[in-house]
Design a protein around this ligand. Sequence first.
Ligand SMILES: [Zn+2]
Length: 152
Amino acid sequence: MSGADLAARARAALARVSDPELPFLTIADLGILRGVERDGDGVEVSITPTYSGCPAMVEITAAIHRALDAAGIASVRVRTVLAPAWTTDWLSEEGRRKLAAAGIAPPSPRAPSCPRCASPATELLSAFGAAACKALWRCTACREPFDAFKCH
Ligand SMILES: [Zn+2]
């Protein structure tokens, strides 16, 4: 198999790897998957967490190994790239659409806007929402609580 085919096969397998806490989103939707390069007989996968130190990265790394192993790619190296830091610009259009449909605000360095009415007037209710990587916020305009996705 040529190097280009190997990388293409790895990308196709990784396109199906979803986020452990937001299973309707893939790591590509989230912009966590940064690159897939041929590395000798295998591949090197670069990933960037949305926030450094996020515990979900361990699970995401394991899921990457499982997906590539299932695709018959035995030699896999997963590299965590912290610079440049992840930004919400890396979310795909599909990823934004899926988050909005689920009523979850995407990660943001500032206070998130309300996913229902788009008001920027929101307050943090709890730093720990339904899952470790989500925080519970409330919109002060429409009074609805919502989850904001804070890390990966
Ligand atoms: Zn609102």
